[in-house]
Design a protein around this ligand. Structure first.
Ligand SMILES: Nc1ncnc2c1ncn2[C@@H]1O[C@H](COP(=O)(O)OP(=O)(O)OP(=O)(O)O)[C@@H](O)[C@H]1O
Length: 262
């Protein structure tokens, strides 16, 4: 199957994230098989593909949860393949998972403040300069507004609705002020209304960053993203603009069918 390789002119090089011939095997199972990709600065890029194609595995490789069996991963111009997730996070890449990952017994504000403290490598201690405390508080307040949770400032994380919990989680992901943001199925389990709301939120929050998402909701993928890559059996079979992917007969046949043609 031939790849559609059109580079969307979102920004000039170097790319925010580069994958060169990235592969991952578990024993004899070759799950990711030579993926090449350039995520441009400011670009919103989706990975789509059938269940088991390797989308989550690819995210695990980029975020440092798995070590590549072969190939190169660069954040900007710096190789990150095989580094720890914490180190990669400090270098400017943040990731959220399919499962919501917040502290249910802390308030929304406390969750966000914890995220900001982690960014500065701060632990909970009684002794901290007041200036640092103010900075952390100000940044947490800013995040609270960005993820539109001001009215839930003092609500416990566990008492938010599901989509509000995902908004909070996105806020915590942003607490490290990442250049590259990876979101794994951010709309999973949401109603149509919640999905539309979250898509709009992501559009706002991704300004000035590069976003890579894995998402099964094709309406979101095609309206939110600048480019889409189609992963089948661990290989990128096409990369292109939504229009290019929509019109790619091989993609329609191999995976999307009527969903995209409609
Ligand atoms: N640690 C592991 N050891 C062995 N096989 C694994 C491991 N992690 C994932 N796999 C296999 O890799 C394949 C790809 O899984 P992955 O979760 O990356 O797919 P996916 O495209 O994200 O699927 P979905 O859309 O269902 O989430 C699957 O066959 C899975 O069983």
């Amino acid at each position: 199957m031939s790849a559609v390789n059109s580079i969307h002119p979102v920004s000039t090089s170097p790319a925010a994230l580069t994958l060169r011939n990235v592969s991952k095997s578990f024993g004899e199972a070759h799950i990711i098989r030579g993926v090449d990709l350039e995520l441009q600065r400011g670009e919103r890029h989706a990975f789509i593909g059938p269940n088991g194609a390797g989308k989550s595995t690819l995210f695990h490789l980029i975020s440092g949860n798995f070590k590549p069996s072969a190939g190169e991963i660069l954040l900007g111009e710096v190789p990150i393949g095989g580094l720890s997730p914490e180190r990669i996070n400090r270098m400017g890449l943040a990731r959220s998972f399919q499962i919501t990952n917040i502290f249910p017994r802390l308030s929304v504000f406390e969750n966000l403040r914890l995220g900001v403290m982690q960014r500065f490598g701060m632990q909970y201690t009684l002794w901290r300069p007041i200036s640092q405390y103010r900075k952390v508080t100000a940044l947490a307040e800013q995040l609270l507004e960005q993820v539109r949770l001001v009215r839930h400032r003092d609500t416990l994380g566990g008492e938010l609705s599901y989509s509000e919990q995902r908004s909070l989680e996105i806020g915590m992901t942003l607490a490290s002020d990442p250049k590259v943001l990876l979101l794994d199925e951010p709309m999973a389990g949401m109603s149509r209304e919640e999905t539309d709301y979250t898509a709009e939120l992501l559009r706002e929050l991704s300004v000035g960053r590069s976003l890579m998402i894995v998402e099964h909701d094709m309406d979101v993928v095609f309206s939110l993203c600048d480019r889409i890559s189609v992963l089948v059996y661990g290989q990128v079979v096409a990369t292109g603009t939504p229009e290019e992917i929509r019109n790619n007969a091989q993609v329609q046949e191999a995976y999307l069918g009527k969903e995209v043609a409609a």
